[in-house]
Design a protein around this ligand. Structure first.
Ligand code: PHE
Length: 358
């Protein structure tokens, strides 16, 4: 192989070895640059006789053209490779299913509350919302709950800043304060409509439409395990009129449970209990006669006949007005209805769990 062929061959090899356009330009400089091999060879002709110069020059030119051709081939190859890599990286599989925005849905507890509201709504109950930060008066005192009741202790209740020293504000421990708030508003409105006002603080003993309301919402206690969460839900129920008794409570709540669980195969037990704001008081237990929960008594609500002191705090004369109240746990109802055994699952926010209810 003559000297020029060797140069061309070397050029091809080093172009081939260049892995990037930058490396290729460096390799090019070694052969075609100002002080590259071809320029060197040209300079070497200076001393040659004229005849030889001609043929030598032509041969060097041919070598130069061969090197340029090799350079262009390699440039093209690198550009192709780069394009291929880019196409690979940006590959678009048009056969893949489209990306959709996830379909939202209601939380199982919200679904349960909607269900409760619909059922009681069909029985003529209004739905009321109340504040989660309550005063000591509405949460305890107005509900006939004495100063030394354990529910008022720091262990049971989240107190918050901003209340008076002897009447602190707190995160409501139950929805029962809504009994007072709603009834007082109802009585005030009715008295205003009668034009009698309500400035003397007297108890109302005239006639007025019945109070029939449920009050669902968040409640708070210092409690946390598989069946207790520091934040949980309650739904209060209140029915006050001139002749509303425990038998109405039994009828209403039984009807509610059977509708809620879509089963007549269900019995209720009113187990004597104590709440300061009801007398007599009862825990309401239910028992399924069929299905996976058959036979166990399950507590679903506290209830009772509204205590006369509470009727007074509503602005009503207890000689004229009476009624019942209950407070149930929608979280518990949701657990029973959906077969969930750990309450905390509802509030962990795990989309894999929650999306099952959509
Ligand atoms: N507020 C009571 C509780 O949280 C439940 C209840 C409501 C009991 C209404 C009687 C009447 O346990």
């Amino acid at each position: 192989m003559n000297e020029l062929n060797v140069v061309v061959d070397n050029a091809r090899t080093s172009f081939q070895q260049a892995a990037t356009p930058a490396e290729l330009e460096n390799a090019k400089a070694l052969f075609l640059g100002k002080s590259g091999r071809i320029t060197e060879l040209m300079k070497g002709m200076v001393a040659l006789p004229v005849e030889e110069k001609k043929s030598r020059g032509a041969a060097i030119n041919l070598a130069k053209q061969a090197i340029e051709a090799a350079l262009n081939d390699r440039r093209q190859a690198l550009a192709d490779a780069e394009l291929q890599a880019q196409l690979q990286a940006e590959a678009l599989d048009v056969t893949l299913p489209g990306r959709q925005r996830g379909q939202g849905g209601l939380h199982p507890v919200s679904l349960t509350l909607e269900r409760i509201e619909a059922i009681f709504g069909s029985m003529g109950f209004d739905v009321a919302q109340g504040p989660e930060i309550e005063t000591d008066w509405f949460n305890f005192t107005a509900l006939n709950t004495p100063e030394d009741h354990p529910a008022r202790s720091m262990h049971d209740t989240f107190y918050v800043e901003g209340g008076a020293a002897n009447a602190p504000n707190l995160l409501r421990t139950h929805t029962s304060p809504m009994q007072i708030r709603y009834a007082v508003q109802h009585v005030k409105q009715h008295r205003a409509a009668l034009g009698s006002g309500w400035t003397d603080g007297s108890l109302f003993s005239g006639s007025m439409p019945e109070i029939r309301v449920i009050a669902p919402g968040r409640t708070y206690r210092v409690d946390s395990d598989a069946t207790h969460s520091p934040m949980f839900h309650q739904c209060e129920g209140l029915w006050v009129g001139e002749n509303v008794s425990f038998k109405d409570l039994k009828f209403v709540f039984t009807d509610f449970c059977r509708t809620f669980f879509e089963s007549d195969d269900l019995v209720l037990r009113f187990r004597p209990s104590f709440f300061p704001f009801t007398e007599p008081s009862a825990e309401i237990d239910i028992q399924f006669q069929s299905g996976p929960l058959t036979g166990r008594w399950l507590e679903v609500a506290g209830s009772g006949q509204v205590h006369p002191n509470v009727v007074r705090n509503m602005g009503l004369d207890p000689e004229k007005y009476m009624g019942f109240a209950f407070g149930m746990g929608p979280d518990r109802l949701a657990m029973l209805r959906y077969g969930v055994n750990d309450l905390r699952l509802f509030f962990d926010g795990d989309i894999r769990f929650l999306s099952q209810f959509v």
